[in-house]
Design a protein around this ligand. Sequence first.
Ligand code: CTP
Ligand code: MG
Length: 229
Amino acid sequence: PRYWLIVPAAGSGQRMKADCPKQYLQLNHRYILDVTLSRLLENADFAGCMVALRADDPWWSKTASSKDERVDTCIGGSERANSVLAALEALLDRADNDDWVLVHDAARPCLHPADLGRLIADLRGHPVGGLLATPVADTLKRKAGDSNAVETTVDRRHLWRALTPQMFRFSALRRALETAIASGYPITDEASALEHAGQIPCIVEGRPDNIKITVPADLALAGFILSRL
Ligand code: CTP
Ligand code: MG
């Protein structure tokens, strides 16, 4: 089987409160999306790469990646899952059912090459696939309804934070996303769609510094992490 890369980059970055979507903010004088894509493409061998963009995106054509012949684009959707599904559909006539697809957030530029390599190496023989994830570090509290009263402390020993890339078979992922979207099931990552379909994704432990740039403070943090990778 071959490996395909999908990078959802069709979000608007509301929580970042910047004047452009966060994937087009600068990190070390490069667009975040360029940093993310080059780290992936330089450290793994993909048959192709599909980036999902907003329909009205005036920034993409300014990126270095837009000149990279390995990279194709499609129009994303209203939610992240719709963007990933659109990218799968754009690859439909090139990919085989059992090919692997790696999905990685445009807003995660700090992926370490060793994590990418271990994800692929650990899952290539797995029937379903899985995701990078990292153990929860903080003590977790459950609140009682809308009040601020602590109901209980949640046992965090079995709790992991889901990261990307997430790696699944092409048609299993496509069917799972289609079904989950159609049923209105809340899917915030690929693994949850597979879980909804009754599959059991596998966790591969990844570094906690594979952060998703979400709020303004994350930008400086990402710069610091990248300087030390
Ligand atoms: N994404 C996408 N299509 C959407 C929504 C999100 O391709 N309709 C992408 C984003 O561009 C990002 C990734 O999914 O790379 C993770 O989503 P998130 O961090 O939530 O990004 P945004 O939705 O852009 O940010 P916010 O939720 O703060 O608006
Ligand atoms: Mg979002």
